[in-house]
Design a protein around this ligand. Structure first.
Ligand SMILES: *Cc1c(COP(=O)(O)O)cnc(C)c1O
Ligand code: SF4
Length: 371
């Protein structure tokens, strides 16, 4: 490996930092921090793009962006409830690269690499330069699985980050899915427009537009309003202007976005960029991530504070992906509670006061009964 040149250290580095040593050389970790984090870099993948490095600046671990990407010694502390496969993907893997948990949709994971590695990643044991991409034959077998399962209505490209693929390869995959009559929707879950916005080229947008029959959606992973830099906004605008609808997903992370002001600003920023907040994920029980964990009570309290305060467009669904592969469920505040005796309901308004909603007459049918 050649050392970084003088010009690189003076101006914004053009390359992704890929090791603890790289991060130290660029001043993102101090000497002492780099020593303490050395073993983290041996256990988990590390990558910080120049764009994200510029955002972190001098802030280090105290910066809400730095905290997401800079390896920290706390990652070596595993708690008993933490797991290598926190959301139970493994038992739902019928062929390499496919996760089929819900009847109508599958995850298709063509790559295992990402442009950055998030320190809280739920797939941290699987992603990284060690994990190889699907070979052409494996990808074909995965596509064949989708072809053979007419119940699969939607394919979610995940990974790794599918937007690291070249526009040509993305076009091939989108084209192959478009040709499957029962696939009506394709979603890409990605962090690229934020962390490596230059990748969202005209050729990439054209590749996603190649589908004729199938709707193609992009779901952006973004956790803090500062991540929406002018470059990230332009990248998202290129997609939306190109006719690709965008949603966002965020992870609720201690010390990053676990306060109502930050979340309100994040969701308003996204809606202002024509991106609809879709999910706010309760953090998964991935190994070495307990320093990011928030309690469900705190998460619910944050969500109720947002409800009275910001536009309905700015309200994602707060979800938990159940450990063991039992799926995602909303875990947001319970606004409505039934009173078994009277049949009435107690319902909380957006500002926290409770109101009685009257019982429904017996003549009304339970919708389940009428099927
Ligand atoms: C998260 C996930 C999905 C997508 O779930 P939605 O609720 O439709 O967004 C699909 N399959 C698997 C295996 C998942 O983990
Ligand atoms: S971009 Fe997604 S898959 Fe990649 S490290 Fe971050 S959370 Fe994990």
């Amino acid at each position: 490996m050649t050392r970084s040149t003088e010009t690189e250290t003076e101006s914004l580095p053009r390359h992704t930092a890929r090791s603890v040593e790289d991060l130290r050389r660029r001043g993102l970790l101090s000497e002492a921090e780099a020593v303490a984090a050395a073993r983290v870099g041996e256990r988990y993948a590390v990558a910080v793009t120049p764009e994200m490095a510029a955002l972190v600046g001098e802030g280090g671990y105290d910066d809400p962006v730095g905290r997401q990407f800079l390896p920290h010694p706390a990652e070596l502390e595993s708690r008993p409830e933490e797991m290598a496969d926190p959301i139970g993907d493994d038992p739902f893997t019928p062929v390499k690269g496919i996760t089929h948990r819900y009847p109508d949709r599958v995850l298709l994971k063509p790559v295992h690499v990402c442009p950055v590695y998030c320190r809280f990643c739920f797939r941290r044991e699987k992603v990284g330069p060690g994990g190889e991409a699907l070979t052409a034959a494996e990808l074909e077998a995965a596509l064949d699985y989708v072809r053979r399962h007419p119940g699969v209505w939607e394919v979610i490209l995940s990974g790794g980050d599918p937007m690291v693929l070249s526009p040509r390869r993305l076009r091939d995959i989108v084209g192959a899915l478009d040709a499957i009559p029962h696939v009506a929707s394709v979603r890409l879950h990605t962090r690229v427009p934020v962390v490596d916005p230059g990748r969202v080229s005209a050729a990439l947008v054209a590749a996603l537009r190649a589908a004729r029959e199938t709707a193609v959606w992009v779901v952006l992973h973004v956790n803090h309003p500062r991540e929406m830099t002018p470059e990230a906004r332009s990248a998202c605008a290129r997609l939306v202007d190109g006719g690709i609808p965008m949603l966002s997903q965020s992870v609720l992370l201690a010390g990053v976005n676990d306060d109502a002001d930050t979340l309100a600003e994040l969701f308003r920023t996204l809606v202002g960029q024509r991106i609809k907040p879709y999910y706010l994920h309760h953090p998964d029980l991935a190994r070495g991530t307990s320093h990011f964990r928030v309690t469900l009570e705190a998460g619910r309290a944050l969500l109720s504070r947002l409800r009275g305060r910001v536009s309905g467009l700015c309200q994602p669904t707060y979800v938990l992906d159940l450990p063991g592969g039992h799926g995602k469920v909303p875990v947001g505040p319970p606004y409505a509670e039934p009173d078994q005796e009277t049949g009435s309901w107690t319902i909380q308004d957006p500002w926290g006061s409770r109101h009685i909603y009257p019982p429904t007459p017996d003549s009304a049918q339970d919708p389940e009964d009428s099927r």
